[in-house]
Write a protein that binds this ligand. Structure first.
Ligand code: PLP
Length: 456
């Protein structure tokens, strides 16, 4: 490509054209193009250029897929990564260690249940799930149960896109059929009944919860010889449906694991770091998992990186097995830039004055107030808020291009899927910004419903 001095219009057009011709995007056909170029980010805001080079400031309602909790270009994170890059950007983790990795492990041990004592620093969420599944099976094999090589989970889950992680995603949403025998067949219980947190506690259908628990126990009994562990997103299922269920169901899973010697894996890649209104979503149920996966917001969204924590018992079991080692070790394991970013992000989150514990409740109130206006709009089936997550569920699948365009026109970046229009904004969003986000979302939903009526 030749270098030229060009206007934003030409730049945006060229980028969008080259992008359409050559780049894959998440879950899209080869020529499903992006419609906007992101020029930069600033706090919770993105500056987007459309194909005509027009500039749009849009609030990052998706928090860049749960990750960008401190907003874009946070000075403390930029400094942590820049400073680390100037000393050591990467080094192999085989036979070597470094300050940022140990500092991150120390912080994670401090910030998670005391039972979790051993840390694997992985390069993405899906990889951390692979590691969690592998280490669970390895520990079972080391305890003399090598036949335990399947997982019990609930429908509606999402655990990542690699083949192992896919095998525990919802079989329908996760499109198992498209991959045939590549996907290991696991055991799926129904998803627990929906629930809502209220001032008076969690509201759920107790009878439905009881029959769900009965079915979960039945499946565990039926498959107890082959199940290595239970993997679940605590309380909030994210990409599988933005679905909230009662903490009681998680307690049932913990009990079942204890009764059968299954490992309980909590996938908190989306729910961790305060997003649901608790530091870890497991805390809603006062449940301690045996294995914990963290990712997404772990670095405040500025680097890729994830972590798997496990108990001493599991770590020791693996180390006495055959082979006597956890069989995973990616090239970018414990990358120093990732570790430095994660340490800086965790420090910001822990700030008692202006960390997650003050930010998330403020956002929750803002989402409750602001999304209330969606109730009763044509096509809206349900509105729900948990911590820093707001969901407007429609009765029909959303017209994605039209809704995104309507939202951008209102200064908001949204990326609905299926029937769900949802937000998990950066924690640094002010009350006025949350109001802007909610009115943009509600307005876009109304705009699209309105034009659909007009076309009908
Ligand atoms: C996003 C997500 C993953 C996968 O993480 P990646 O970093 O995208 O590989 C796994 N589990 C849950 C619950 C997630 O939300």
């Amino acid at each position: 490509m030749t270098r030229r001095s060009v206007s934003d219009t030409t730049v945006a057009r060229d980028l969008l054209r080259l992008d359409r011709d050559h780049l894959w995007h998440p879950y899209t056909a080869a020529r499903d193009s992006a419609h906007h170029v992101v020029r930069d980010g600033d706090g919770p805001w993105l500056t987007l250029l459309d194909a005509d080079g027009r500039e749009h400031r849009a609030l990052d309602g998706m928090g860049s897929w749960w990750a960008m909790v401190h907003g874009h270009r946070h000075p403390a994170l930029v400094e942590a990564v820049t400073e680390q890059a100037s000393r050591l950007a990467h080094v192999m983790f085989g036979g070597l260690t470094h300050g940022p990795a140990v500092a991150l492990a120390e912080r994670l041990l401090e910030l998670t249940p005391a039972e979790l004592e051993h840390v694997f620093l992985a390069d993405s969420g899906s990889v951390s799930v692979e590691v969690a599944l592998k280490l669970t099976h390895q520990a079972q094999a080391a305890r003399g149960r090598p036949e335990r090589d399947r997982f019990l989970t609930v429908r509606g889950g999402y655990h990542g896109d690699t083949i192992g992680a896919m095998s525990v995603c919802d079989p329908v949403n996760g499109m198992h059929a498209a991959f045939g025998a590549m996907v290991h067949t696991n055991i799926f219980a129904p998803r627990p009944p929906a629930a809502r947190p209220t001032a008076a506690g969690w509201q759920t259908d107790d009878a439905a919860l009881e029959s769900w628990a009965h079915e979960f126990r039945r499946l565990a009994d039926q498959h107890h010889d082959e199940v290595a562990g239970v993997i679940v997103e605590p309380v909030l299922q994210g990409a599988g449906g933005m679905y909230v269920y009662a903490p009681e169901a998680l307690r049932v899973m913990r009990e079942v694991c204890d009764e059968h010697g299954f490992t309980l894996i909590a996938d908190e890649i989306a729910t961790g770091f305060g997003r649901t209104g608790r530091w870890l979503a497991c805390e809603w149920a006062e449940v301690v998992p045996d294995v914990l996966c963290l990712g997404k917001a772990l670095t405040g969204g500025i680097m890729t990186g994830a972590a798997v924590l496990c108990t001493r018992e599991i770590a020791d079991a693996i180390s006495s097995g055959t082979p006597p080692a956890l069989m995973h070790g990616p090239t970018f394991m414990a990358n120093p830039l990732f570790c430095a970013a994660a340490c800086a992000s965790l420090d910001l989150l822990a700030d008692p004055e202006n960390g997650w514990s003050t930010q998330v409740p403020t956002i929750e109130r803002g989402l409750q107030d602001g999304l209330d206006a969606a109730r009763g709009l044509p096509g809206v089936a349900d509105v729900r808020v948990l911590g820093g997550v707001g969901v407007v569920e429609m009765t029909e699948p959303v017209d994605l291009p039209r809704l995104t365009a309507a939202a951008v026109a209102r200064g908001v970046w949204l990326r609905p899927f299926g029937r769900l229009v949802y937000v998990m904004p950066p924690y640094v969003s002010t009350p006025a910004e949350i109001e802007h986000l909610c009115s943009g979302l509600v307005g876009a939903v109304a705009d699209v419903a309105h034009t659909q009526d007009a076309n009908a």
